[in-house]
Ligand binder design. Structure first.
Ligand code: BGC
Length: 753
């Protein structure tokens, strides 16, 4: 018997091994072979139809692989702050799954406000784990469009006004996400700096500004971060749509930066087959949709890179060189994501993720003002706390456009405050105003009923009388995610707070001197009451842990260390895009009705050039309400005298600046040492100073640490448009170190030889 079994096994072995010899594992599936070879092998096996099929969507968020060869399809998902819920195959409606609730992380403005690269890595890693668990291959984010105007409805999704800060903060996020075998899709490349006319405008910007201000974050994302995909934008540049743009995609991205990854279109951003074929696009999504809601049914065969492309090839009108290049790029992506057998499994809504979301929230909150050290709230002296304002009770993760989420939970500010202070103090709430009572986006319902029919006066009176009988008043207001606020698709209409909040805040300030205003927004707002309110916190959109992060800062459990990633102007006209540039577009064209459709696009000229944000305020001495880089702490810090390791550097040298930072207060905390460079003699106009280094340091009371910054000539350069290269002019420079763009503590001069 035994003999017989052995014989059968032996024969089976022989027949299997001869089968294996006849049918060796195909090269494209053979993990021992170099990826390049596997890609080439896969391409060589594919039919023309299979290749073209790979270049466009098959559903709202997926694109096909090669079913015959077992190459999996790609699943993309929004967005920058959490993994978007599942929609139906060919509809925007919710799929109704019950396993797609996630943790919402703080919006990218908040991440950027941490000025902490470690937080950015934690963020990316955790978010990537959730995307992986949800079986996603491409995460549609992060967004790095520069904050040009406070009216841009999507600023909350981006990382602020400074190309250096954004570049440094975006790289670890990308690496963190991609460590999960999930690609990022850094967006929106490029010049999509407002929502108004996003589909129907042409941006006119000079080369120097393009290279110095708007491109660096994208360049860092692909060259340092190695983002495996990049998403084109909706707007036009040089009268060509950005997602099919020769200059941006071929010349700059794939040419100058030698990008080997995949260019994904924004949803519905493609409208021309020839341009899509030739101008650098690889993967087309969302055609025949408006990106966010409406869409033509089953239009996939009509995509610009679908049948129309196939027809052109079959008619001999275009060759297959571009096709093979696109497919090759997509296959490389597959080996890093869908076909990567070593990728982790991910996890979702873990305690670790919650802790990460909370910590980033705490580190991102910016203490704008704290007169008389009113904050943190002294719980031993505070028996009655009034919480006032709609944003204390409003869910913010639902709404705002494609970054809208379906969360496992969202701790509201009022709940966070009650949980933290409620045991010792009596916490009472008054609405104060009614803003947006909506609570639904794309079929996801917040489940809140915020309807309130009381009049403005009734609401105000109730709030004021509560404020009067309380020991401490926390006003939680700001903007929200409804249309024309912090929301995709439209811009804000003005800089002011909506819903009569200014009047309410004024009244509260009169009613109780112990007033802290907590602003939940992703944008700067005007603060006509700024002198009358002792304490102000900028609290952003903080996601699932929102209320807990805010309460922890109010209580002083966490010491604020966030710094503004963009300038708060006193008034809109102080912002350079509004003073010098065009917004929302060229005035005459606007009057003539341009911008209404794609046949009549409107031009937007960035006349302000490189003078964006603090580069403008500081050069022209226009005092901001709160400056770029500003943010206070519950402790105090002292900067020592800066020193340089040499007096002058050559063009292939580096120079190192050192400065000591000491915690001179009684509480542990973190300070951000910021290095700005000023060119003291230049043949071209330059901003008064530009950020070229930052470091966050944690210090116990009395502790001192030395921070050092090493730079080379690239930190001294400007982009010479005529020569089309970066130029560092020999001469005198100054290193300015401080804790805000308008609070320089120490300087050191040096020369470039
Ligand atoms: C947005 C993108 C988003 C895409 C998919 C577009 O409308 O601009 O940021 O990733 O939709 O939802």
């Amino acid at each position: 018997m035994l003999k017989k079994t052995v014989l059968i096994s032996f024969l089976t072995l022989i027949s299997f091994s001869s089968m294996a010899q006849n049918n060796p594992i195909p090269v494209y599936l053979d993990e021992s072979k170099p990826v390049e070879q596997r890609v080439q092998d896969a391409v060589s096996r594919m039919t023309l139809e299979e290749k073209v099929a790979m270049l466009h969507a098959q559903s709202k968020f997926s694109s096909p692989g090669v079913p015959r060869l077992g190459i999996p399809e790609f699943w993309t998902t929004d967005g920058p702050h959490g993994v978007r819920p599942e929609v139906m195959w060919d509809e925007w409606d919710q799929a109704g799954w019950t396993n797609d609730s996630i943790i919402a992380y703080p919006a990218l403005t908040a991440l950027s406000a941490t000025w902490n690269k470690k937080m950015s890595w934690n963020y990316g890693k955790a978010l990537g784990e959730e995307a992986r668990y949800r079986k996603k291959d491409i995460l549609l984010g992060p967004g790095v469009n520069i904050y040009r105007t406070p009216l841009n409805g999507r600023n909350f999704e981006y990382m602020g006004e400074d190309p250096y800060l954004t570049s440094k903060m975006v790289v670890p996020y990308i690496k963190g996400v991609q460590s999960n075998g999930v690609a990022t899709s850094v967006k929106h490349f490029a010049l999509n700096n407002q929502e108004m006319f996003r589909h129907t405008s042409n941006v006119i910007v000079d080369d120097r500004t393009l290279y110095e201000i708007y491109l660096p974050p994208f360049k860092a994302a692909v060259t340092e971060g190695d983002s495996w995909t990049i998403m084109g934008a909706y707007d036009m540049y040089k009268n060509q749509y950005a997602s099919q743009n020769q200059y941006l995609l071929n010349d700059i991205l794939k040419g100058e930066w030698n990008y080997k990854g995949v260019v994904v279109s924004d949803w519905g951003a493609v409208n021309n087959t020839e341009q899509a074929i030739h101008n650098g696009l690889d993967l087309e999504f969302g055609s025949w949709t408006n990106g966010l809601s409406a869409g033509t049914k089953n239009a996939y065969d009509n995509y610009y890179l679908a049948k129309p492309y196939l027809d052109l090839i079959k008619a001999g009108k275009v060759g297959t060189k571009e096709l093979d290049d696109k497919v090759t790029r997509i296959l490389h992506l597959a080996y890093k994501t869908t076909m990567n057998r070593n990728k982790p499994f991910g996890n979702i809504a873990s305690e670790e993720h919650k802790a990460i979301a909370k910590e980033i929230g705490e580190e991102g909150i910016v203490l704008l003002k704290n007169q008389g050290n009113l904050l943190p709230i002294d719980i031993n002296k505070t028996k009655k706390i009034a919480v006032i304002g709609e944003n204390a009770i409003k869910i913010m993760t639902v709404g705002g456009g494609s970054s809208s989420l379906k969360v496992k939970y969202e701790t509201l500010p009022l709940d966070g405050i009650k949980a933290r202070f409620g045991k010792k103090a009596d916490v009472q709430f008054a609405r104060g105003y009614v803003g947006d009572i909506g609570g639904e986006y794309n079929g996801v319902k917040s489940g809140q009923n915020l309807k309130d029919d009381r009049s403005e006066t009734e609401l105000l009176n109730e709030a004021v009388s509560l404020a009067k009988k309380s020991d401490f008043v926390i006003f939680v207001g700001g903007l929200n995610k409804s249309d024309f606020q912090d929301s995709e698709g439209n811009d804000r209409k003005n800089l002011g707070l909506p819903y009569n909040q200014d009047q309410l805040i004024n009244a509260l300030a009169k009613a109780n001197k112990n007033l802290a205003v907590v602003l939940v927004s992703g944008n700067a707002v005007a603060m006509p009451w700024v002198k009358d309110v002792p304490s102000i916190l900028q609290a952003w959109y903080l996601g699932s842990e929102s209320g807990n992060s805010i309460a922890s800062i109010l209580a002083g459990d966490a010491n604020p260390s966030g710094k503004l990633p963009f300038t708060f102007p006193v008034k809109l006209e102080d912002n350079s895009a509004h003073q010098l540039g065009e917004y929302p577009g060229n005035k005459e064209e606007l009057a003539a009705g341009k911008g209404k459709d794609q046949k009549n696009p409107i031009n937007i000229t960035y006349n302000e050039g490189i003078f964006v944000g603090y580069r403008w305020h500081d050069t022209k001495n226009i005092k901001p309400l709160f400056s770029f880089g500003h943010g206070l702490s519950y402790t105090t810090f002292e900067f020592g005298k800066a020193s340089a390791d040499k007096a002058s550097l050559g063009t292939s040298d580096t120079i190192t600046f050192k400065v000591s930072v000491k915690n001179t207060g009684k509480k542990g905390g973190a300070e951000v040492a910021q290095l700005y460079i000023s060119d003291l003699q230049s043949s071209v106009p330059r901003p008064a100073k530009e950020l070229k280094g930052f470091e966050k340091v944690y210090l116990n009371p009395g502790e001192q640490k030395e921070v050092s910054f090493t730079i080379d000539k690239s930190a001294l350069s400007y982009f010479d448009a005529e020569k089309h290269q970066w130029v560092a002019e020999p001469g005198e420079f100054e290193a300015l170190i401080g804790n805000s763009s308008d609070a320089i503590k120490t300087k050191v001069k040096f020369t470039l030889k």
